[in-house]
Design a protein around this ligand. Structure first.
Ligand code: ATP
Ligand code: MG
Length: 137
């Protein structure tokens, strides 16, 4: 059974939307198997998003991700990686499908309420980046 890393981003934690977002994942058949609320450092956010280091929005992305606490979760289910991204919707809320998290809650392409791993390799890296073996049962 597949697992993926989900982040409820600062724009959503700030607006007290954590429960509504988790409900969307649960309704889609995903199970929260690990969860913690943390304040990321710039070093952590920069390393997590290292693949975007050369993109023009990188500085803005890191500043946003450390602007408020985030909720880190591991979601489990059949096809969890794809299902999580389907429930989130497109990166840009203007492009996101009806009923998706980003359509309902995201403020902009940057402040888009949620992150989800985009491949099996990314999920493995991102889960290990934030959770220790002891936290994963
Ligand atoms: P995520 O990786 O957060 O799940 P994604 O895979 O849909 O989102 P990516 O292309 O990986 O999108 O971009 C990572 C994050 O960088 C986006 O979720 C968004 O917060 C931010 N971002 C992407 N493009 C832009 C942009 N043009 N302007 C501002 N921020 C952006
Ligand atoms: Mg991505």
């Amino acid at each position: 059974i597949e697992r993926t890393l989900s982040i409820i981003k600062p724009d959503a934690t700030k607006r007290n939307l954590t429960g509504k977002i988790v409900a969307k994942f649960e309704e889609a058949g995903l199970r929260v198997v690990a969860s913690k609320r943390v304040q990321l450092t710039a070093a952590q956010a920069g390393e997590f998003y290292a693949e975007h280091k050369e993109r023009p929005f990188f500085g803005e992305l890191v500043a946003f991700m450390i602007s408020e606490p985030v909720v880190l979760q591991v979601l489990e289910g059949e096809g969890a990686i794809a299902k999580n991204r389907e429930v989130m919707g497109a990166t840009d809320p203007a492009q996101a499908a009806e009923g998706t998290i980003r359509k309902e809650f995201a403020l902009s392409k940057g402040e888009n309420s949620a992150h989800g791993s985009d491949s099996e390799a990314a999920a493995a890296r991102e889960i290990a980046f934030f959770f220790s073996g002891l936290e994963l049962v």
